[in-house]
Design a protein around this ligand. Structure first.
Ligand SMILES: N[C@@H](CCC(=O)N[C@@H](CS)C(=O)NCC(=O)O)C(=O)O
Length: 269
């Protein structure tokens, strides 16, 4: 479905608007979990798109024009109209392409509300909690790990005895959906951050349901096609942590913008 230049693992990929019959164009950044959300949603919905890689340290005029308020990726251009913000883009895709199966959000209003609530929780609480671990060391880091586990425990409890109990995926089916995408694109960073920051963020024994869900999510073909290789994320995260801890140094990932981007990887600033 996607042409080689749309391969999200190719950070040099770019394409001009005239080169494709697709009316969807995505401005993204290769290490951005928010970008991965949109790439994954487009892939699950089987929608072709052009991918435009941004240098976050030197944003293109086109990105600034299309997202003048937040100036961030991802931005989806649909028939020339810009739609920023990953969550809003996912909702848009369901609204605009109802015929492309599967819908990302569940059908029942209560299930839709729940998915939206936990997606908000992911961006509002979980992401910032991980970012705090990654951006600290010593005692501050130990305290941040504790706060992260407290947040993750809320998800585990919900999986054990809440509305998602007994489900393979948050979607309720055997395919990943909206909340799986939101929580999943971010969670694959946990192992990377553990290695780079030298901490254990969570033990499978204490969070068995979350752990099983994450392993299952990571095994999905669509996910494997989108998420960059572990080693590449590792290189990027090493550079990012060095900058965050004031050690300077360059990025390991090929593009720049790391200093501003721990929030971009897992948490909204
Ligand atoms: N809330 C936004 C967050 C997007 C975001 O933080 N993007 C980062 C990259 S992962 C970015 O563009 N950072 C550049 C900047 O902050 O200037 C979303 O969900 O799309």
């Amino acid at each position: 479905m996607e042409s080689p230049k749309q391969n999200p693992h190719d950070d040099n990929s770019s394409s001009s608007s005239s080169s494709s019959s697709s009316s969807l164009k995505l401005f993204g950044f290769w290490a951005s979990s928010y970008t991965h959300r949109v790439q994954l949603a487009l892939k699950l919905k089987n929608l072709p798109f052009d991918y435009i890689e941004e240098d976050l340290a030197d944003k293109s005029p086109a990105l600034l024009l299309n997202n003048p308020i937040y100036k961030k990726v991802p931005v989806l251009l649909a028939g020339g109209s810009p739609i920023p913000e990953s969550l809003i883009i996912l909702h848009f895709l369901d609204d605009r392409f109802p015929e492309s199966t599967p819908p990302l959000l569940p059908a029942a209003p209560r299930d839709r509300a729940l998915a939206r609530f936990w997606a908000h929780f992911a961006d509002d609480r979980l992401g910032p909690a991980v970012a705090a671990v990654f951006a600290s060391d010593g005692d501050a880091q130990r305290a941040a790990v504790g706060r992260f586990r407290d947040e993750l425990r809320l998800v585990e409890t919900e999986l054990r005895e809440g509305a998602f109990a007994g489900r393979r995926f948050f979607s309720g089916g055997d395919r990943i959906g909206f909340l799986d995408i939101i929580l999943g694109c971010g969670s694959y960073w946990l192992a990377v951050f553990e290695e780079v920051a030298g901490v254990k963020l969570f033990e499978a024994g204490e969070f068995p349901r979350f752990n099983a869900w994450l392993r299952d999510f990571e095994e999905q073909e669509e996910v494997k096609a989108i998420i960059p290789p572990f080693d590449r994320l590792l290189g990027y995260a090493r550079g990012l942590r060095q900058v965050l801890l004031g050690g300077g140094g360059g990025g390991g990932g090929g593009n720049s913008g790391e200093g501003e981007n721990v929030g971009g990887v897992l948490a909204d600033e």
